[in-house]
Write a protein that binds this ligand. Structure first.
Ligand code: ZN
Length: 217
């Protein structure tokens, strides 16, 4: 058996020791429960780990990651995470974080077949279709892919804003805010796209739920 996976278990022991030295009651406190303020929806890419790149400790960020940080309304895994984060943990901020050089986005931009993955990538292709005129006008392929990454984050913010139980929270108050960020693999810096939302007003009317029009069960 390859010994490479053992490095993870060795690393875990080292991390426990280092953490205990720095913060003696760290594990006792965290074992009592979590109160993260943030939900992170990011890419599964191994180079974009939420806690590390934001210099955050365990317990700070509730995390959902998938290929190209997508919000797909039939993804019960993602919706369960979002529901728990919003309704139970009461996170104040949801961050959709894409990254330049995203393999999922670049695959979606191509006409190549990727087998089973095509069923996931098709959701990213939908974003291209929505922004075709802007993206087609960018000649440089890297620049086009970078803009596609940003527009994909924008559309995932829209997809989150369409979730009825998020709109329910907005009817009650201010939170959660949804932010759109893009991480650069080249310098490690995060760019805030300035797309923050805490209402559904930016959506087409058909997606805006009205409490008055709610069907009574
Ligand atoms: Zn990615």
């Amino acid at each position: 058996m390859s010994e490479t996976f053992q490095e993870l278990l060795r690393g875990n022991k080292e991390w426990v020791e280092n953490t205990k030295q720095k913060i003696p009651d760290f594990f006792d406190k965290l074992a009592q429960g979590q109160t993260p303020k943030y939900l992170w929806i990011g890419c599964a890419d191994s180079r974009v780990p939420a806690s590390e790149i934001t210099n955050s400790m365990p317990g700070s960020i509730f995390v959902q990651r998938n290929i190209a940080n997508m919000v797909v309304h039939t993804d019960s895994n993602l919706l369960s995470v979002v529901n728990y984060a919003v309704k139970v943990l009461k996170v104040k901020h949801i961050i959709v974080c894409g990254h330049y050089g995203c393999g999922g986005v670049m695959a979606a931009m191509s006409n190549q077949k990727f087998g089973f993955l095509d069923n996931w990538l098709v959701h990213i292709k939908d974003v291209y279709r929505l922004h075709k005129s802007e993206l087609d006008a960018i000649d440089d392929e890297t620049e086009r892919a970078n803009r596609y990454v940003e527009l994909n984050v924008q559309e995932q913010i829209n997809n989150l804003s369409m979730v009825s139980f998020i709109q329910e929270e907005w009817e009650k108050g201010e939170f959660p805010y949804i932010h759109g960020w893009v991480y650069s693999l080249k310098d490690g810096l995060i760019k805030d796209l300035g797309l923050t939302k805490n209402t559904s007003k930016h959506l087409d009317e058909v997606y805006q739920y009205s409490p008055k029009k709610q069907v009574q069960a």
